[in-house]
Design a protein around this ligand. Structure first.
Ligand code: PBG
Length: 360
């Protein structure tokens, strides 16, 4: 039997060219999915393709703006956070009004509690007329449609700067829960929309949900600082609210998480979700992007991230020296949160970013 005619596969036959031009030789179809057939740079070549293939977008709807409020007149710069100021209650209406106008959905209030109001047991935290609660009312009166978030944690109110009650140098868990509930109820009465427990006591989410519901505050949402690390990146914040001197050389490692741990963060999230958290938060942000991604993948919950004071200060300080392009690193750092899976970002850049996004 004659051997089958050897025949060049169609693809390998030269393609006829217009008269006078050499035929186009086709190469053997090797190297699928490889260079030079594949060139990743094609999609990056022009602004219009880059926009078409962009996977994530940062919008004003992603932003929550943390604001420091003090019990004085006028504004005061926060030395370690260039561009950030402590505002008086009288100024809140205008400042939050501008944020709302720019489209920022929510603000987070942090009171600078005067030293003489701080005590061992943080009684001031549930005073209906404390600075925080007066600030909530002022905002709700001036800008009713903006979301108001408040921490639930004792540290602004304790003379020792810790987030819990202390006995013999130990931070008490269960006794602290009762005080947190009183604090949250006072905030809810003042009109807070989101209560954000940031103290890392065990069992707080369930207790707070029960307490709020029992008092008729079913609509108040719980944003759990679910995985909050014992981080040195909070330094400038403690400056801003004046809890640094109170805490002194102390640290929060018996309740905030060890930066070495990731699996434990997922357990913290799972517990807070089971106890009734409406949203979870990871904090700090940039050094913990892996945790943001894991939490988002594992639970599919509304997941927030806090770009904390130290992250802000680093970027600002380098930009001031001309070592970094301030605007670009601001946008890039926030985009990284989106890429990691964050739905919302607490950032001191919120107003700057909103202005920048509006300008296009
Ligand atoms: C209070 C609280 C802290 C921050 C938010 N809420 C500081 C801390 O836990 O010591 C830090 C925010 C920031 O650094 O921007 N529990």
């Amino acid at each position: 039997m004659a051997p089958p005619q050897s025949r060049k596969p169609h693809l390998l036959r030269p393609v006829e060219a217009p008269a006078g031009k050499p035929a186009v030789e086709l190469r053997a179809p090797t190297g699928h999915g490889q260079f030079p057939r594949v060139r990743m740079r094609r999609n990056r070549a022009d602004d219009w393709t880059r926009r078409l293939v962009a996977e994530n977008r940062l919008t004003v709807d992603d932003l929550l703006w943390p604001i420091f409020v003090h019990d004085r007149d006028g504004r005061e710069d926060v030395a370690s956070m260039p561009g950030v100021q402590r505002l008086s209650i009288a100024e809140l209406g205008d400042a939050v009004g501008e944020a709302a106008e720019l489209g920022i959905p929510a603000v987070a209030l942090f009171p600078v509690v005067p030293g003489e109001r701080k005590t061992e047991a943080a009684e001031e935290c549930w005073n209906p007329d404390n600075l925080c609660n007066r600030a909530i009312r002022a905002i709700k009166r001036a800008v009713p449609d903006v979301g108001v978030v408040c921490d639930v944690a004792l540290d602004p109110y304790t003379s020792h700067g810790h987030d819990g009650l202390i006995e013999d140098g130990r931070i008490l868990n269960d006794e602290t829960l009762e005080v947190l509930c009183r604090q949250a109820l006072a905030e809810a009465e003042a009109g807070v929309d989101i209560v954000a427990p940031s103290d890392m006591m065990d069992g707080r989410i369930g207790c707070l949900r029960d307490a709020l519901d029992a008092a008729g505050h079913q609509q108040v949402r719980l944003l759990a600082y679910a995985a909050k690390y014992a981080s040195a990146f909070y330094g400038p914040f403690r400056d801003a609210v004046g809890s640094k001197s109170a805490l002194g050389k102390g640290d929060k490692r018996t309740y905030q998480m060890d930066p070495a741990n990731g699996d434990e963060a997922l357990r913290e999230c799972a517990l807070d979700i089971a106890e009734g958290a409406d949203m979870i938060m990871i904090k700090p942000g940039m050094p913990y992007l892996d945790i943001v991604r894991r939490a988002k993948d594992a639970f599919g919950m509304p997941t927030f991230v806090y770009q904390v004071s130290g992250e802000y200060a680093m970027l600002k300080a380098a930009a001031e020296r001309g070592w970094l392009d301030g605007e670009r690193v601001m946008l890039e750092s926030l985009m990284a949160f989106k890429r990691a899976g964050a739905d919302g970002i607490l950032t001191y850049f919120a107003v700057d970013v909103a202005r920048r996004l509006k300008a296009g």
